[in-house]
Ligand binder design. Structure first.
Ligand code: KPL
Length: 302
């Protein structure tokens, strides 16, 4: 039975899950770099603007003595450092990676028996302060098994999380789900960061050609990898997310504005790496990647 859940990462997505899981009756601990070893009262603004208060347990870079599930909800570039030191200690504990982009799981020194789940979520969250969180957009979460556990066990975890923050759906082809999200992020994130605009402004005529080119390049690479993405459906997915998150600023836009490192290496950078292995040209994604990297050089080292 799933009862004790540890969340590594105290940013918007980690805090969002911590709030909803604790409200649903799970015993939650949040582990973070800037956390102190004591409870913090979190004020949460729900999508209907209701304000809720909750007291969450935090640990500074140490795990509680027992977890039935560990969710890693850090930025993509922090995943490896956040979870690698604990892998031997967690050899039988399911670990779920929930981040933007792809490629993190391949960086982990995994034992074959380590149960690993991959997840992607489209919920929008904004951490307004150490104790302030806003649930800015209701989304969906998909979970799939990467290794080390039966699909049925993955489905049980999925059902438990669905009680806390629906909709959580089990994906039998998580690679396809992650590639769809990758394509959406390749299209929206760099463009909104460069144009310094909300997602909705990408509906404008001047961005359509670039979005089409990004989309076509993703399709070329995904097709060569047999991911099974449908050209037309993917374009609809991208447009749908642009419309549904029209008022939001993408995470990459927020990272650039707040002078933080972006996840470009795990989004566009991941696509480019796959394309290079297959000798497929992805010039539009290359250009967007270089432009974001150029912006990152202006960020003071973290
Ligand atoms: O995942 C996102 C992000 O901002 O990182 C999208 C889907 C683009 C929503 O803003």
């Amino acid at each position: 039975m799933l009862k004790y859940i540890t969340i590594i990462g105290s940013g918007a997505i980690g805090s969002l899950w911590a709030y909803y899981l604790q409200q649903a009756g799970f015993i939650v601990t949040v582990v973070g770099r800037q956390c102190h070893n004591n409870p913090i009262e979190l004020t949460v603004i729900l999508p209907n603007q209701q304000q809720k208060k909750i007291t969450l347990n935090y640990l500074n870079q140490q795990l509680p003595s027992h977890s039935d599930l560990v969710i890693v909800a850090t930025k993509a570039y922090q995943v490896s450092a956040a979870i690698s030191p604990w892998l031997t200690q967690l050899i039988q504990t399911p670990i779920m990676l929930m981040h933007n982009g792809m490629g993190c799981v391949e960086q982990l020194p995994l034992n074959k028996i380590q149960p690993i789940l991959l997840a992607t979520t489209s919920h929008g969250g904004l951490k307004t302060s150490i104790s302030g969180l806003s649930h800015t957009g209701v989304g969906q979460t998909f979970i799939g098994v990467y290794q080390g556990m039966a699909q049925e066990q993955g489905q049980l975890i999925c059902q438990a999380l669905n009680r806390a923050l629906p909709q959580v759906a089990f994906s039998a082809s998580i690679a396809k789900t992650l590639w769809t999200k990758l394509a959406i992020n390749c299209a929206i994130n760099p463009l909104t960061a460069l144009a310094q605009c909300r997602n909705g402004e990408l509906i404008g005529h001047q961005h359509q050609q670039v979005i089409n080119d990004v989309h076509q390049e993703v399709i070329l690479v995904a097709t060569a990898l047999n991911i099974g993405l449908d050209d037309k459906i993917l374009r609809e997915n991208i447009n749908d997310v642009i419309h549904k998150t029209a008022n939001n600023y993408s995470s990459m836009h927020q990272d650039i504005v707040n002078k933080r490192l972006t996840e470009i290496d795990f989004i566009t950078g991941y696509l480019i790496k796959q394309a290079e292995k297959l000798a497929i040209a992805v010039p539009t994604n290359q250009r967007l990647y270089q432009q974001i990297k150029q912006l990152e050089t202006k960020i003071p080292s973290q």
